[in-house]
Write a protein that binds this ligand. Structure first.
Ligand SMILES: Cc1ncc(COP(=O)(O)O)c(C=O)c1O
Length: 492
């Protein structure tokens, strides 16, 4: 049987075609995938194709059927959760690197930029100088790696090597606030510490971890023989952007011999805004910290970084066992060409062997914008949150639930007549639903002190003040227009 080998095609025309389609798509008012006039599900479903369509037809199908039916999370009016708002240069660099450097190994510019970009992030985010890091796919993995380091270190203090020998029958615990990202629990589960051994500590009115309660909780555990592995503080919680009292958390961790981890997946770049920089005081006590360039730095999804003071702890926690296909292949002496060395062995510092080169993506962002450019974006995003807060405070039928700290604002619509709390919650749930169904604004929600809140989080560099104002106007219009039977519960 002879089978013709398919053509591969050229990047120049392909990227031009896809780039133009992306620009068109971004310029569109949001089209919800489920409301697509063409039935994309039936167009896309089917058995594995026996014969290929060829490059042109495949790209056209991608452009016509797949692209317009995505979640549109990168549009200028998309502020739900903390997903991403990838800007143009790093996205292009990421795509190009998939070909030029599909691995970060070997003595190449990409391996070097992996390290340089990590060092630049340390400087950018005000982390203790000399901290070293490793890139991974997102905040979930970055927290897992940090807590893997914490577990390694904490048990080594007690003469146990957990990555080699297991947990030695000890009872461990991790401490964080009720507002912490739930990847902390998942990390504890994966690491054998136990999800339910994450002690969630109460917060103050501003939803910052209550340091006194933290101290009491660790003291109580220690008196029962529990090993306090780590205190995890947030530099920007996912719910409201609160920054925990880092200094107190760090001091308490040290007092009890625990590792101090700062989850800055979202909020670490907030330190660039001098209005809030003092909140990060105490960051210098961190034993580890994470930040996700795919959040506030506008990298495409799949870029996070974990930093530790001493990368050898990452090595001890995550190194792979020897493998025949690698042993002896790289001597590192008499290096004459790139492949004489693996370069910095990032594959021994985390859970990934094969991995895209992510440092070059971060490098391109910092090269393009510089610290000042990134600061300008961060400040503007924080301004957007403050603008929503101002409008919510000033409008009779809006209510600000918490002053914004970073670029998240939590607020709600409040009907002009008396209504139960349950009724107001229901009205705001309906507004959220209608925003998603009827408008271009994609926001998410949270619960603030038992109250359902609308929660835009601004990290998208395509957003303008006009978009933000239009969003607030739309919330008011939707709230005012709610069916009286839905919101009027005075007779219930
Ligand atoms: C504070 C915090 N930590 C961790 C994560 C998890 O990050 P990722 O979604 O990149 O895995 C998030 C996600 O929003 C977050 O806000």
């Amino acid at each position: 049987m002879t089978v013709e080998r398919p053509e591969i095609g050229r990047f120049a025309e392909t990227f031009e075609q896809v780039g133009a389609a992306l620009d068109d798509w971004l310029a569109k008012e949001r089209v919800d995938a489920l409301r697509s006039p063409t039935d994309w599900q039936s167009q896309l479903a089917g058995p594995v194709p026996q014969y290929g369509l060829g490059a042109d037809a495949t790209l056209q199908e991608f452009i016509d059927v797949v692209l317009p039916n995505g979640p549109h999370l990168t549009s200028e009016a998309s502020w739900g959760w903390i997903t991403t708002g990838p800007s143009t240069v790093p996205t292009a660099v990421a795509a190009a690197s998939a070909i030029a450097a599909p691995q970060r190994q070997a003595l190449t510019a990409f391996n070097m930029l992996e390290e340089l970009a990590l060092d630049w992030l340390v400087e950018l985010c005000g982390l203790p100088s000399g901290m070293k890091g490793v890139f991974s796919s997102g905040g979930s993995t970055a927290n897992l790696i940090a807590l893997g380091a914490a577990r390694q270190w904490a048990l080594e203090q007690r003469g146990i090597d957990p990555s080699g020998a297991g947990l030695g029958g000890l009872e461990l615990a991790v401490y964080t606030s009720t507002q912490a990202h739930h990847t902390v629990q998942r990390s504890a589960g994966v690491l054998g510490i136990g999800r339910r051994r994450v002690r969630t500590i109460a917060t103050d009115k501003e939803l910052r971890l209550d340091a006194d309660a933290l101290e009491a909780a660790i003291a109580a555990d220690v008196s029962q023989g529990v090993v306090p592995v780590a205190v995890v503080a947030a530099a920007g919680t996912t719910n409201t952007g609160a920054v925990d009292p880092l200094r107190r958390c760090g001091e308490i961790a040290k007092k009890f011999g625990a590792w101090f981890h700062v989850d800055g997946a979202y909020g670490l770049p907030g330190i660039l805004d001098e209005r809030v920089a003092p909140l990060y005081e105490g960051l210098e006590l961190a034993d580890s910290a994470i930040t996700d360039p795919h959040k506030w730095l506008n990298a495409p999804t799949g870029v996070a970084a974990t930093f530790v003071r001493d990368r050898s702890v990452l090595y001890r926690a995550f190194t792979q066992e020897p493998a025949d296909y690698l042993e002896g292949a790289f001597s590192d002496d008499d290096v004459q060409v790139s492949f004489d060395s693996m370069g910095v062995p990032y594959f021994d510092f985390s859970v990934e062997l094969s991995s895209p080169a992510r440092g070059v993506i971060v490098w391109s962002i910092l090269r393009e914008l510089g610290v000042d450019g990134i600061r300008a974006r961060v400040v503007q995003d924080n301004d957007f949150a403050r603008h929503v807060a101002r409008r919510a405070s000033e409008h009779a039928r809006l209510e600000l639930l918490l002053d914004p700290v970073l670029s998240i604002c939590v607020f709600r619509y409040r009907p002009g007549h008396e209504m139960s709390e349950a009724g107001i919650d229901a009205a705001n749930r309906e507004i959220l639903r209608r925003l998603a169904r009827e408008t271009r604004f994609i926001v998410s929600s949270t619960i603030v002190d038992g109250t359902f809140a609308l929660r835009p989080c601004f990290i998208n560099p395509r957003t303008s003040l006009a978009d933000v104002d239009a969003f607030v106007d739309t919330v008011i219009t939707l709230g005012d227009g709610l069916d009286a039977t839905l919101v009027d519960d005075r007779e219930r």
